[in-house]
Design a protein around this ligand. Structure first.
Ligand SMILES: Nc1ncnc2c1ncn2[C@@H]1O[C@H](COP(=O)(O)OP(=O)(O)OP(=O)(O)O)[C@@H](O)[C@H]1O
Ligand SMILES: [Mg+2]
Length: 214
């Protein structure tokens, strides 16, 4: 599978937040989005996820164009800023609710996803009692539990402890190795180099460099 971003421009209230972006993304590769605050990393992730519409240009998922042939990519897991979960449900119950929308996975896969991020599947605490890092881990579990073809993780290791970072890296490698297209943004340069195969540098809504991570 391939994602093609073709001459994608997004203007919001006169401000150009994505500026003629061209990008081709392939299966089995982890792409690291790099750039300053406000450069457009999250916006480009939203564009690829079908969460915003272009002012001009397009995104193709395989041979289907977003906004034309389909509204959202068919198989995608996303962690963007502030994942929304239900306060009065446990982590497991939150994931179960999400999993039941597609009905693709059962209890076993949900529990595996929780364990993979270092959360206890049997934890009876409600989401509102979760720490910041625990919330972030639940967001990552939600993004990957259905083993989607596209995995987008915006700042996945934010607020995550050392042990958790090791687990997140493992999750990203597994997703990549089963053939997913993985996109991550991370402000820690060294961590980004370790996570990503290719670095995509964004500045003021433009892609200024695309190179192998070394
Ligand atoms: N809802 C919005 N309405 C209008 N402009 C927005 C909106 N969200 C973001 N922007 C603008 O879009 C540009 C790109 O923002 P974006 O969130 O993609 O940056 P980023 O690279 O992810 O930054 P950070 O490193 O802080 O996460 C910024 O100029 C920002 O002000
Ligand atoms: Mg961002």
């Amino acid at each position: 599978m391939e994602i093609i971003v073709n001459d994608y421009t997004k203007t919001i209230k006169g401000a150009t937040v994505l500026d003629h972006v061209n990008l081709k993304l392939h299966s089995g590769v982890c792409y690291g989005f790099k750039g300053k605050n406000g450069s457009g990393k999250t916006m480009l992730m939203r564009a690829i996820s079908g969460l915003i519409n272009p002012s001009s240009g397009y995104v193709k998922i395989g041979d289907k164009q977003l906004g034309k042939d389909l509204s959202f990519p068919e198989s995608i897991g996303i962690l963007l800023e502030n994942p929304a979960f239900l306060d009065n449900y446990t982590g497991y119950a939150n994931l179960k609710l999400l999993a039941d929308i597609q009905g693709k996975i059962k209890e076993k896969e949900i529990k595996e996803a929780l364990s993979a991020v270092g959360l206890d599947p049997e934890d009876k605490r409600k989401y509102k009692k979760y720490s910041l890092g625990m919330k972030q881990k639940l967001g990552i579990a939600a993004a990957v539990m259905e083993k989607p073809e596209i995995v987008i993780l915006d700042e996945p290791i934010n607020a995550i402890d050392e042990e958790g970072v090791v687990l997140v890296k493992k999750i990203i490698f597994e997703a990549k190795n089963r053939g997913a297209i993985v996109i991550v943004a991370c402000h820690d340069k060294e961590e980004l180099m370790e996570l990503a195969d290719e670095i995509v540098e964004i500045s003021a809504g433009k892609i200024v460099e695309k190179k192998e991570a070394v």
